[in-house]
Design a protein around this ligand. Structure first.
Ligand SMILES: NC(=O)c1ccc[n+]([C@@H]2O[C@H](COP(=O)([O-])OP(=O)(O)OC[C@H]3O[C@@H](n4cnc5c(N)ncnc54)[C@H](O)[C@@H]3O)[C@@H](O)[C@H]2O)c1
Length: 395
């Protein structure tokens, strides 16, 4: 039971701010005291809808007048470093939405400032605090799959969804100016579900991005393979498939486990207990029983009104605030923040290298043939039109 109360500010009243304010409101001992946005109208609508007393367009004024213990940064990633440094210098703890900073050097700078100020910093790896993920982590720790060997992580990202449409429609959208483009803003979710088990600082990385949608002038698909000492991982980012998955499969020496964060389902696959034909009856029977257990659990949660898409955010906020009030550790350590950010940097470099190779090949074929010969490969054919646009843009 937490007896103290904590005062919270939020900077950046855009799309994800609503989810933050909703989840903060679910913590009874948390008091959101102020919101801030460069755009006064956005600050006002957030303050009014969530009944928050303070609304500002200037961060210094917000700190000065409301003295928050912690501030959430829900602004574009390019502003995370300067705003976090400003907050830490003012003695405020900081919760930073993913991605933490534009690159790992910036992340190290912010963490050094936090150490110097004696303040905590947390990064929004919220899916690791989702109820289904916490259950999966518990089962893996209890040996449900034996030793983890491989993690497959899928993120479906609808370009016609609320976040995607903004990026597609607006040529000046801040996401389109990031070195890792669309992926820099989104890839950390499927990545940290892999790095939870793949603990290496510098795994080998092969990665490529490409586009399947010719009318969109930036890559919309990413595939990556990571290889650590013990564990490998594969990451799939898909923007043209439905349903939009938030899916992870963990393969171990004694079984595998699949976590579907959207449906809040966990499915296990164990070594066959019986030989041959009997196993073909026993395995589906086991699956029926598991599905029935999942059904009962979800029904109960539905009954209690206990389904929240951003449940992970709430749990993470709760742990972070508790650490601030009781002098504990941030739920995501500084080392982990730098490790994941550095892996993202390397993934984007790998994609960029692949892009350069592909575009060089295209230019060479163009000079030798004066036009690009029609490819016979069906997949290449589909990507060709999109590629043309990307390569025209590449230096
Ligand atoms: N955890 C998740 O699932 C999730 C989902 C979406 C976005 N995000 C992250 O949240 C962050 C914001 O994304 P978004 O989609 O809400 O962006 P957005 O563009 O919708 O909103 C950003 C807001 O910040 C304001 N802003 C920019 N610079 C500012 C400054 N210096 N001071 C005050 N306000 C400023 C803008 O006016 C805008 O209202 C990004 O880092 C993004 O990756 C996380």
């Amino acid at each position: 039971m937490i007896e103290k109360r904590i005062k919270i500010g939020l900077v950046g009243c855009g799309q994800i701010a609503d989810a933050h304010l909703q989840q903060i409101r679910r913590i009874p001992w948390a008091d959101p005291v102020a919101v801030c946005d460069l755009e006064p109208l956005l600050a006002r609508q957030a303050a009014e809808r969530f009944e928050i007393p303070g609304q500002f367009t200037d961060l210094d004024q917000m700190i000065e007048q409301t003295r928050p213990d912690v501030v959430h940064l829900t602004t574009p990633v390019g502003s995370h470093r300067p705003l976090a440094l400003q907050l830490l210098a003012a003695g405020v703890h900081v919760y930073v939405e993913k991605p933490f900073t534009v690159d790992a050097d910036e992340a190290r700078e912010v963490l050094a400032a936090a150490r110097q100020a004696g303040r905590l910093v947390c990064l929004g790896h919220d899916q690791l605090f989702d109820p289904a993920w916490l259950e999966c982590r518990r089962r893996v720790a209890a040996g449900a799959v034996g030793d983890v060997q491989h993690v497959e992580s899928v993120l479906g990202y609808p370009l016609d969804g609320p976040f995607g449409t903004q990026v597609v429609a607006n040529v000046d959208h801040w996401v389109r100016r990031l070195p890792g483009g669309l992926f820099q803003n989104t890839i950390s979710h499927p990545l940290y579900r892999i790095t939870e088990f793949l603990r290496d600082d510098e795994p080998e990385i092969q990665a490529a991005w490409f586009s399947r949608v010719p009318r969109i002038p930036f890559p919309t698909e990413l595939r990556a393979h990571l290889a650590g000492e013990q564990v490998t991982g594969s990451l799939l980012f898909m923007s043209t498939t439905k349903p939009c998955h938030r899916l992870t499969r963990i393969y171990g020496t004694d079984g595998s486990l699949e976590v579907n964060l959207t449906s809040q389902l966990i499915r296990t696959d164990q070594i066959d207990r019986y030989p041959g034909a009997i196993a073909r009856i026993e395995v589906p029977w086991r699956q029926v029983r598991e599905a029935s257990r999942n059904f009962r659990q979800n029904l109960l949660r539905f009954w209690r009104g206990d389904f929240h898409y951003f449940d992970g955010l709430k749990e993470m906020f709760r742990q972070f605030y508790q650490a601030i009030l009781e002098g504990g550790e941030s739920p995501v350590s500084g080392e982990e923040i730098v490790r994941v950010t550095a892996i993202m940097d390397r993934m984007f470099h790998a994609c960029q290298r692949e892009d350069d190779k592909r575009c060089d090949g295209r230019r060479q074929r163009r000079t030798t043939h004066s036009h690009i010969p029609e490819t016979e490969n069906a997949f290449e054919k589909r990507c060709d039109a999109a590629d043309e646009v990307l390569c025209e843009k590449s230096p």
